[in-house]
Design a protein around this ligand. Sequence first.
Ligand code: C2O
Ligand code: CU
Ligand code: CU
Length: 565
Amino acid sequence: MIHSIDYGRRQFLQYSAFGAAAAMIPELLLANPKSASSVPTPGFKPDVEIEFSAREVLVPILNNGAETRVQKYFAKLLKGPENTVQSFEDSYLGPALSFVKGQKVRIYFYNNLYEPSIVHWHGMHVPQKSDGHPMYSIEPGERFVYEFEVLNNAGSSFYHSHAHNLTGPQVYFGLAGLLKVTDENEKALGLPDGEYDRPLVIQDKQFNRNGQLQYVRGMRDRMIGFLGDTILVNGKPNAEFSVKTRAYRFRVLNGSNSRIYKLGWDDGTPLTAIGSAVSLLEKPETRPYIMLGPSERYDLWLDFSGRPVGSKLVLYSLPFSGTMPPMFERMQRMRGGGMGMMGGGLAQGEKFPIAIFNITEKVGDSPELPARLASLKKLSESDVDNADNPLPIAITERHMRPLVNGRPFSLDEVMEIEKVKLGSIKKIKIFHPHEAHQEQGASEQSHDMEGMGHGGGRGGMGMRGDRGGGMGMMGGMMMAMAHPIHLHGQQFQVLSRKEGHVDRQDYETVRHGFIDVGWKDTVLVMPGEEIEIIKPFQDFKGLFLYHCHNLEHEDLGMMRNFYVH
Ligand code: C2O
Ligand code: CU
Ligand code: CU
């Protein structure tokens, strides 16, 4: 399977590393990044060694005898505890990896695909060289060696392809998996483990009549993000779990390219999260429903004790609105869910079942939900060195392409506002600049952006003029969508979420589902919202991406680098 990749452009970008852009960050460009990473470092003594590879295979996904061509990760444990690698045998999902805080990990990644690829350990705080930045994409037949110490606390992360320009298709065709970290604190809590600690990876796919995966069908899928009509859980349709009358930990991961889920029980029972993305929460958080943007994870405490044997519960994605440009939502509604062209389809925000939980066995006791789970240092404005001058992540748009900070992605070029001193803790403001000037004022705006770093008025970028003004038919469309904004490197905390110029009724359908506490690596930004986060940039120098985790947006260039120096 060869995805559309523009090799010419790729070559150009590679060479540009040694050209014009080099002047901006010379330290990184002394050696070819790839050759530096194809051999293990002699001084690094791994506790865990894994041989990792990606290749195309046929797997049965639909229960109709058809085999579907996918791209799949395989792992072989060379050294370390046996439970480090747990394979999903007849699924396209990569094996679940389990690491222990403090372990030194070395992973040999072999690209056995027919196209370039690289793996990113989303959520893990690792050195630049082991972060799977697209600049490290390796060619078919090549090897890349990752080495890192597990610095993360207990939590659930998400590894996936981050191939340059190919992240969307490669994740869609299967290159993704769950990564768990455990630590001493977690062990002492006695949380459900073994068969009571289960993955729940949610993805949406589209199959053709031959049972083969269909990816984007045109520019609209790319601009809005790909939405499939078949919901898969752990790689299978019509998911059902048999559970006992006790508490479970389900690690829910939204591994979809662009679909947002609003998790909720059919009978209105609230949901309790014990972990958010990269770590356990300080204490359990209960919500009537939980919003889950692409790449977000929540570890849920699902307690079936007291439920009669023979009964069942259905986990739904409940209806919501306001995450898509208004004209698309109107179209969706008119077509009764169809996104056009193909007919049928499953609209963003439509209600559908995710998984059925059948209560099949009565057991005597169940673990207690701990009142406190972890002690987290809560960061506040007094921890940052730029309280009045937050780093901007502006959600912008140019020529119908979604961007961050007004500039398209470049592998290695950084603006002044993207340079961050190692060890600093920064306030970052994610916001929508004034919509009306988006399309026509794009060049003017990016000019502003460059000026900003040179002492220009940082905070004021794009905020001039009246807010929420006349948004054209197409101009500003991306500003009228929800974007899951993800930052590589160290995790962050949400400081504030201010609802912006949004439709009240729409916002009511999502507002109680955000869990803005604890450490996160992705935050779902609703149209018009302004979200302030606090992020430490400690331990590692280098280039760390920030981008929209709507993977079609990412591939369109809604991604930039922070340069930690
Ligand atoms: Cu999961 Cu850069 O992404
Ligand atoms: Cu990431
Ligand atoms: Cu986006």
